[in-house]
Ligand binder design. Structure first.
Ligand code: SAH
Length: 456
């Protein structure tokens, strides 16, 4: 058996050397790393070893012997434990620096482009209560419906009422909806047994419109008194304009299923971004931090340096928010996206905002981009905004083939961004600068905009 420098349940005094990209403190025994929640670089802590794994271990803090000057008070440690706000013990100023440094490191180590300027992270003046969406698991605890969040790496529900980073109106609504469902004796889903009924409560609230959507995710289609319940939700929460039942019969961690039914009101809510109005359906992606999204998009638009005769591609377009924000200052916008309801939203949104020079279609970016290259769409500017896994090599090849002048890459994962920027460099496209924008204060998530231009 392999020898490790530490054993489970041992206590040690260590100094924290660094933070993982998920915000855990790192201590080392010889070269063996141990990850510790709620511990910051420079702190001296007494720890108890919880787990000794093959390549690394986990420990918890028993006592802080020396605290970091960068530490801020955490009112509710459940926010760390559940991973809702895993950086909330670090001062906000240092969170912004931490994110900028992560991007710099990845640009050196992964992209091998150490000279690309990574600008200071743009933060929020009030970095709490920003989320316009909550996805809350429901469980039966002591005979009652309980809402909260899972402890990290587990499916143990920790009851939480104040989520700190969500719109407080959403926090309140979760409790109202929970209590109504309890009154109607709705059974919670039991994950282990794959029994019971109600899996998640998903709530969205328009930052400007204050329109609310409540999605009840159920294991079965038959919903006893579903419409009556939806009506009561609307009566007790007048902002609710849409109650949807989403049916997810699978044994899965994926929250939403394919099938849905409107139980009350409309199938979407509306909200505004940079002056346009957007309809948002339950299954469509919509950035969770509206205030910072406007800054993110404005940064992307500034980087794109648009001209009247530009032909623009909005790849990974969601409900069309990026392309439709620029349509009035360019010649034409082409967008694509895989989720059908999001593309329907994008088409509706174009019409709703009086935009006639934009086309949106359903398809994978890595399939549609080569097709557009063959059809000689000839874009001058391409916006990309992929999910965490980043761009497909086929997409990058096709995008470079059509020789746009500028590519603006919006990324929610700096690791795949760095990988993709290295590939763009091979294809003759140079990264000019990267602007991190903090869309997710108190968490470790990092959003960036990169400007990529064609080398002469
Ligand atoms: N630009 C939008 C959406 C960004 S999120 C906004 O700012 O709101 C990324 C989007 O890419 C999601 O809507 C997701 O459904 C979509 N997507 C995921 N994989 C894709 C693929 N292979 N091709 C095109 N779109 C994809």
């Amino acid at each position: 058996m392999k020898e490790y420098p530490i054993k489970k349940n041992e206590e040690h005094t260590v100094e924290i050397l660094d933070l993982t990209h998920e915000g855990m403190g790192i201590a080392k025994f010889d070269h063996y790393p141990v990850f510790i929640e709620n511990a910051l670089p420079g702190e001296k802590v007494r720890i108890k070893i919880l787990k000794v794994g093959n390549k690394f271990g986990f420990a918890k803090v028993m006592e802080w012997l020396e605290k970091s000057p960068d530490r801020q008070t955490v009112d509710n440690e459940d926010l760390l434990r559940t991973g809702i706000a895993p950086l909330s013990h670090l001062s906000y100023e240092k969170q912004l620096l931490f994110k900028q440094n992560q991007v710099k490191n990845l640009m050196q180590r992964v992209a091998k482009l150490p000279d690309v300027p990574v600008l200071n992270t743009i933060g929020m003046a009030a970095p709490y209560h920003y989320r316009n969406k909550a996805q809350i698991p429901v469980k039966k605890v002591e005979g009652k419906l309980q809402t909260g969040f899972y402890r990290k790496n587990s499916h143990d529900l920790v009851p939480i009422e104040d989520f700190a980073i969500q719109d407080p109106e959403i926090d309140k609504a979760i409790l109202v909806v929970r209590d109504i469902l309890q009154r109607f004796n709705v059974k919670a889903y039991n994950e282990e047994a794959h029994e019971g009924f109600l899996r998640h409560i998903v709530i969205r609230r328009g930052h400007y419109s204050h329109q609310m959507m409540v999605v009840l995710v159920t294991r079965k289609e038959k919903f006893f008194k579903g419409e009556e319940i939806a009506n009561v939700i609307h009566e007790e929460l007048p902002e609710v304009v849409s109650v949807i039942q989403n049916i997810n019969e699978e044994k899965t961690n994926v929250i939403l299923g394919q099938k849905e039914k409107v139980l009350f009101g409309s199938s979407f809510i509306e909200d505004q971004l940079l002056g346009n109005t957007y309809r948002i359906s339950a299954k469509s992606f919509y950035q969770v931090n509206t205030q910072q999204t406007e800054i993110l998009y404005q940064t992307a638009i500034d980087f794109a340096d648009l001209k009247k005769d530009d032909v623009v591609i909005d790849a990974y377009s969601g409900i069309g928010t990026i392309g439709l924000s620029v349509a009035d200052r360019v010649k034409y916008v082409y967008g694509m996206e895989t989720i059908e309801s999001a593309v329907e939203d994008a088409k509706y949104n174009a019409e709703k905002n009086g935009i006639t020079n934009a086309t949106y279609l359903v398809g994978k970016a890595e399939k549609v981009m080569p097709q557009w290259a063959r059809e000689e769409v000839n874009p001058t500017v391409i916006f990309v905004d992929p999910p965490r896994k980043g761009l497909d090599a086929k997409f990058i090849e096709a995008a470079c083939e059509v020789e746009p002048e500028r590519i603006v890459y919006i990324s929610c994962n700096p690791a795949t961004l760095a990988r993709d920027l290295a590939f763009f460099a091979e294809k003759g496209y140079q990264t000019k600068k990267i602007q991190p924008v903090d869309l997710f204060p108190q968490t470790h998530h990092i959003e960036c905009v990169a400007l990529i231009t064609r080398m002469d």
